[in-house]
Ligand binder design. Structure first.
Ligand code: ADP
Ligand code: MG
Length: 420
């Protein structure tokens, strides 16, 4: 019984480990990790079998094999098959022939029947299908064992049936568990996306407001141009002013569009923090104006470089400055500072807003924590995760009714690394 539970643990644990990497890792390496983790699981299952019955090992090794194959594809399946056989032959014993027969049968079913269509199945089909497969494999291996060696049915019936039931149930449980973790991961990505859409639509309101001003001004000048008897000098200055206003409108729109463009692949590049902060200040200016907030910049260091993704850094700073602006009622100030300290680049956002209590600060970054009627409680979560991805951290200092400072620190990149 104990060894059965240990086997189940060896099957479920790798799923968890895989999940931890799965979220943080590039899909390029996904299959390598998957293959490693499940190979480990197969080997360890065989090392601590539920029972070693006259050279025949009974354990749950086929579960990690099937999981790795179904979620990693054909290459992972073949890799796991080889790892399994090599190790099984190394362990030796009479059971190697049965193991060879079973695993080859399983591999053929996986490669030609299950893997190509697995991702199109519903959760219920996935669970029942894999359970049926493993139940069948367990029964087939017992029957072949009986036919070839003629002794297996001398083993206590309770032992044989426990093995079949345990293998079938653990398979179902593992698929359910893995699918559940993948769903959570997909939902998280969806949330990020929704938060971006929301801040886009909120910013769109202020931006259309900002674009209207230059248009109204330009309209006024054009009307003036129509009036008879104005001299050339005046005409020219009206035209210049109109052009300036139109340029302004154009730059507001193009800034907005740069932000609104969908995320491309997360590419890391060398970023000049001062430039990026300047950009964000420009993007936020209309929103700040609408809320009667003035933005100040203190950019001490013009040579602060970090390795990061431009759009993500923008989104992070935009989310935080949006919160800061929203925290300011009846006018106030939002200040950006860029500094260097101990090989780290510090970006500070200080607002003169309502501030937060220590309980509120502790809950920052927790999804859905919001004090706003129409808030999503996702902005800081996204900002925190972006900073974390750049190997940085965020510190928050706040006093109720006085204001808040967010300090982002990110390891400095001296620019010696290659830009790609
Ligand atoms: P949302 O803005 O949708 O509420 P966020 O995750 O962006 O979600 O923020 C969560 C909460 O944290 C806000 O509702 C607000 O109460 C608080 N908060 C965040 N930044 C500040 C700030 N600079 N000043 C005061 N409160 C803040
Ligand atoms: Mg917010």
């Amino acid at each position: 019984m104990e060894s059965l539970l240990i086997n189940i643990l060896f099957v479920l644990l790798p799923i968890l480990i895989f999940q931890i990497f799965y979220i943080n890792i590039d899909s390029k390496y996904k299959n390598i990790i998957l293959a490693t983790v499940f190979s480990f699981s197969i080997i360890i299952c065989m090392n601590f079998p539920i029972s070693n019955y006259q050279g025949h090992l009974f354990d749950l090794r086929y579960i990690p094999f099937v999981l790795g194959a179904l979620y990693g594809g054909k290459k992972v399946a073949i890799f796991l098959y080889v790892v399994f056989l090599v190790y099984r032959f190394y362990l030796g014993g009479a059971g190697i022939y049965i193991a060879f027969f079973d695993s080859t049968l399983l591999l053929i079913i996986l490669l030609f029947l299950l893997i190509p269509k697995y991702h199109t199945y519903s959760l219920r089909t996935k669970i029942s299908g894999t359970m049926a497969l493993l139940g069948l494999v367990a029964i087939i291996s017992l029957i072949t064992c009986q036919t070839l060696f003629g002794f297996i049915f001398h083993a206590p019936f309770i032992f044989l049936s426990t093995f079949v039931v345990a293998q079938t149930l653990t398979m179902g449980l593992s698929v359910y568990f893995l699918e559940y973790l993948i769903t959570i991961d997909t939902m998280k990505k969806q949330l990020y996306h929704n938060e971006k859409l929301k801040s886009l639509s909120e910013m769109a309101a202020s931006i259309s407001h900002e674009v209207r001003n230059p248009l109204t001004v330009t309209r006024g000048f054009i009307q003036l141009l129509k009036s008879p008897g104005i001299d050339d000098e005046k005409k020219n200055s009206y035209l210049d002013l109109s052009l300036q206003e139109l340029d302004r409108a154009e730059s507001i729109i193009s800034d907005y569009l740069t932000f609104a463009k969908p995320h491309e692949n997360i590419e890391l590049e060398l970023l000049n923090v001062t430039d990026e902060v300047n950009y964000v200040v420009n993007v936020m200016q209309p929103y700040a104006l609408m809320q009667n907030v003035s933005i100040k910049k203190e950019l001490f260091s013009n040579e602060s470089y970090i390795l990061g993704n431009k759009r993500q850094l923008h989104q992070c700073l935009i989310n935080l400055s949006k919160n800061a602006i929203e925290a300011i009622q009846n006018g106030g100030k939002l200040e950006f500072k860029v500094n260097k300290e101990n090989e780290k680049v510090l970006i500070q956002l200080t607002d003169t807003g309502v501030g937060m209590s220590s309980e509120q600060i502790a809950r920052l970054g927790v999804p859905f924590f919001t004090n706003k009627e129409k808030g999503t409680g996702l902005g800081t979560m996204v900002a925190f995760s972006i900073v974390k991805a750049m190997k940085g951290e965020i510190k928050v200092n706040s006093k109720m009714n006085e204001g808040t400072t967010f300090t982002i620190s990110i390891p400095e990149d001296k620019g010696t690394s290659t830009v790609f």
